[in-house]
Design a protein around this ligand. Structure first.
Ligand code: GDP
Ligand code: MG
Length: 397
């Protein structure tokens, strides 16, 4: 084995460089799948730390009141016949997408539970806090050819916080969303209404309104490689009949997709849609995704359950398929890149990580508005900046 002394000799010229020329963290991160195709990294089995709900007015509640119960139609030989366009647009209350909530609801949960967090003293200081959806975007980045992203990152009391920023292109797309796409978004939520009930053991009631302000969010703990994670994700429903009633293994993710008729259509579905479904449900440990396939008239006539842990099998032998190791290794590499970039502990300092298809992840530095997203924390008893400036606590019941 080469001695340290020999290595020092070999590196003599580098060592002689002035201190300010010492190697710095790379200013950009490549995304090529070939760079990340090593063995699957360590990923801790996700455990639920808690949950919260958002009501029809998008108000926060520190409980499971918005959790719904999986209630599929009886399997008596008949196929379902769900009209996903029913109620559109008259019984649709879409969430106001102009309101940028950033990490606010998750921060409120954290503020109310940081004293009782497991993992020992200092666990939170070493963790990364974000939404599940942001991690999903990181997982699929090596295979994404359409949509870029921006993630804002700040460090406070050790913890690295990651919050998505809507890209200018995404904003234009949202503001010019074609009517048919708006209706398609409604149809996804309508499917949930046909498949879920407000109480266990009762049938769904699709006669009411579809209000996308309502959400049930699970807060989870995991670890990717050496990165402890605390993240929250919206959960569609829990299955009262699941083999284990312990979250997150009782949770079910619901999706709709176009009915497929040719092997080519299925292949494309496995390559593109299943990647997104896998990434979203693997992260929080949701074991099953139930798909409703809609015909051109907007009716769901067939259902199929895709176990999350079996999704990769559909592309394992496909040269143009995706690989879970690539997704997870890239995510781990990004988290290391972010940890090494955001060195200063300062909630007013924001590093903006930007990615567009075809290029590497780049980074820029910002201070205060408009990118700063952490409130002064913790608010003292007489300090009013937060949570009052974020989500306002609901009146006592
Ligand atoms: P997902 O995995 O992309 O569905 O996102 P998460 O489950 O991580 O959701 C995080 C939070 O963002 C929840 O409060 C959701 O209600 C909210 N959310 C989900 N989708 C969207 C979206 O498309 N836009 C915005 N602004 N918020 C969303
Ligand atoms: Mg869903």
């Amino acid at each position: 084995m080469e001695s340290r002394g020999t290595k020092r000799e070999a590196g003599k010229i580098e060592v002689a460089e002035p201190r300010n020329k010492l190697p710095r963290p790379a200013p950009s991160l490549p995304i090529d799948p070939a760079l990340y195709s090593g063995p699957f990294p360590f990923y801790r089995r996700p455990s639920e730390l808690g949950c919260f709900s958002l009501d029809a007015q998008r108000q926060y509640h520190g409980d499971a009141r918005a959790l719904r119960y999986y209630s599929p139609p009886p399997t008596n030989g008949q196929s379902p016949n769900f009209d996903l366009r029913d109620g559109y647009p008259d019984r649709y209350q879409p969430r106001d997408e102009e309101v940028q909530e950033r990490l606010d609801h998750l921060l409120r949960w954290l503020l109310e539970h940081r004293g009782q967090l497991e993992g020992g003293p200092g666990w939170l200081a070493g963790a990364i806090v974000t939404w599940r959806g942001h991690l999903t975007k990181l997982l699929t980045t090596p295979y994404e050819r359409q949509e870029g992203w921006q993630l804002a990152a700040s460090r406070f009391r050790g913890t690295l916080y990651l919050s998505e920023v809507e890209t200018p292109a995404a904003r234009v797309q949202r503001l010019t969303r074609p009517p048919l796409l708006r209706e398609l978004m409604y149809m996804g939520y309508k499917f949930e209404q046909y498949m879920c009930a407000d109480k266990p053991g009762v049938s769904p009631d699709p006669s009411g309104e579809v209000n996308t302000n309502v959400a049930f969010c699970s807060v989870l703990r995991s670890r990717l490689g050496n990165h402890p994670l605390l993240f929250s994700g919206e959960v569609d429903c829990t299955d009262p009949q699941a083999p284990s009633t312990q979250p997150p293994t009782c949770y079910v993710e619901l999706k709709t997709s176009k009915e497929m008729h040719s092997p080519g259509q299925w292949k494309s579905f496995y390559r593109h849609k299943l990647l997104k479904w896998w990434a979203q449900s693997f992260l929080p440990g949701v074991p099953n995704v139930v798909a409703g396939f809609r015909n051109p008239e907007g009716f769901v006539c067939s259902l199929k359950t895709f176990p999350t842990m079996e999704m990769f099998e559909y592309v394992r032998n496909d040269r143009d398929g995706w690989n879970p190791s690539v997704c997870m290794n890239f995510c781990a590499a990004f988290l290391s890149f972010a940890q090494n970039t955001v060195v200063q502990d300062d909630p007013r300092l924001v590093y903006l990580f930007s990615w567009e298809p075809g290029g590497p992840v780049t980074v820029s530095e910002h201070r205060d508005a408009p990118h700063a997203f952490l409130p002064p924390w913790p608010p003292g008893p007489h300090q009013s900046a937060w949570p009052q400036s974020g989500p306002v606590p609901p009146p006592a019941d």
